[in-house]
Design a protein. Sequence first.
Length: 359
Amino acid sequence: MSTTRGLRTQPPDDLLRSDAPAVVDTLGRPLHDLRISVTDRCNFRCTYCMPKEIFGPDFAFLPRDQVLSFEEIERVARAFVELGVEKLRITGGEPLVRRDLTVLIGMLAALRRPDGQPLDLTLTTNGSGLRRLAGPLRDAGLQRVTVSLDSLDDAVFAAMNGVEFPVAKVLDGIAAAAEAGLAPIKINMVVRRGINEGSIVPMARWARDAGHILRFIEYMDVGTTNGWRLDDVVPAADVVAAIDAVMPLEQLPARYRGEVATRWRYRDGSGEVGLIASVSAPFCGDCTRARISAEGKLYTCLFSAIGHDLRAVLRSEASDAELREVIGGIWRVRDDRYSELRTAATGDLPRVEMFAMGG
Ligand code: SAM
């Protein structure tokens, strides 16, 4: 596997998407996107993320006082925006289980980039709470949602979500998001060999007919509790081939450097699908994402073992300028590119669970 890919000292022009002051890491990647986990709790027990055998009724989630408050989240998000972040994604755990989330969305929607423009503000959810919350979230200033859905088949979906959650309820949540105007709606489907490969074509057909953007995600070795094996990964190329056999596809050019999904359009013009090939074709060279966990740790890679404790800074006497200095200092020395270096040896390294870090 390449060890030189992505090595750059200067940010390529097309990675810099506005005139915001760019904070650039050692590989020339600017700080552009921030994912904020607002809770480590979830009402699903997806086998590949939070298996119920490990995350049972006795599992100790974070006590409330260790989770960032809305004021702390807003302050840290503002610091990131001042450093060049243009896109905020709220995630978890399941973000919709955090009480009064609409209040936080309102606070984040009020933030402005240094050039005065609003942020791109979106949220990833399992969809279970959208019927109740889609309208209030939209009213609070949320622009779009991504909903995770791994199958349209109740038996397959139940086997993956771990709590027998019915497909119909997620579909109803997606409908509520569409009614509220949280569009375009993206749907994330994690594909696991031998589990939901049979759902690829039905999901593609459904999303195309409904006008949603479906993205297939290769099953990743995040965390250590899901027992990941390379054999469980269905490579993106196989997903494309399965769809192309019944609904012919052609590849679309990337809209901008750093676009995570490769995009394919139906040749009959009826829509497109995305492929997130984080295992078979990693994209570390263009990764402009930072993540903050519910307890305020900053991770500069999904596969990091160690986070930087921003909560300690937020709860100290540090000024906003000092907070920005800490964050900028962490980003400037960033050199992570785990997925490009993934080998048998990296499999044994410690890693933080995705629900804890924020997916
Ligand atoms: N609860 C929310 C949801 O279900 O979308 C947000 C958090 S969840 C951790 C974010 C995304 O990560 C979901 O689309 C989920 O399917 C995906 N995910 C979790 N574990 C994964 C893994 N091992 N490989 C690939 N995707 C994973």
